[in-house]
Design a binder for this molecule. Sequence first.
Ligand code: SAH
Length: 255
Amino acid sequence: MHPKKKFGQNFLKDKKILGDLTNLINISPTNKILEIGPGKGDFSDFIINLCNSYYGIEIDEDLLALLKKKFPEKKEFFIKRDFLKFDPKEIFGSGRFRLVGNIPYNISSPILEWCENHYEQIEDMHFMLQKEFALRCSGTQKTSSYGRLSVICNYLYEVEILKDVEREYFEPKPKVDSLFVRFLPKMKEIDKELFKNLKKVTRVLFNKKRKKISNSLKDIMKDDVSDLSVDLNLRPDELSLKEYIELSNKLKNYA
Ligand code: SAH
């Protein structure tokens, strides 16, 4: 069976690496685990017997057949579905679960959006990501990867890079390197209104990345910026998360 590029199939075969990743996730028997794209089941093999409740969501029916053959006693726990359209309530009700996966890199952003939509149910996420994408997620102020994605991810999660995984370990070998990353939700639930404004403010400001923020803020706040403690001469990538939150709070008045 040829790997399908459209499904972002790059399989991780190395048992030593898979063992290391599994240790980093630190699974306990009571955990409920949801794996995105189990593929040929190599990672699943490490995880599946460590917890009482495991489900894998795989889009490719050829791989699904393979998975059911590989894990005959667990075959009902592999579900053929587009993860992006999958509702976790189907299997976990309103219970909490942990998400893991060597995910298809072409849908990394939509997967993070899925996680936003199910934020309250997610205990944590452990994802293999393309290195540059991972660095943007974890980026901090004034580093070259710092951008809109960093602000949003840092608002929602403690983002921690756990391990470098070189391209040699994947099959077929991709053109990019990878990082294994933990996302730990910071809050019980998302303040929807603030978050909407944070998305807006980061979009508007980072659209003009080289301009002073006073420039872009005019468009969304008129002249009502005098009582802000944020220095209006800064550029978007010089602002901290705290300052972005202040701007978002201010924006609440402009619904
Ligand atoms: N976890 C495996 C495979 C990683 S490759 C391993 O480490 O070896 C990514 C996997 O995600 C592939 O199996 C691919 O078929 C699957 N996939 C791609 N898009 C998907 C989607 N929208 N929903 C569910 N699975 C998807």
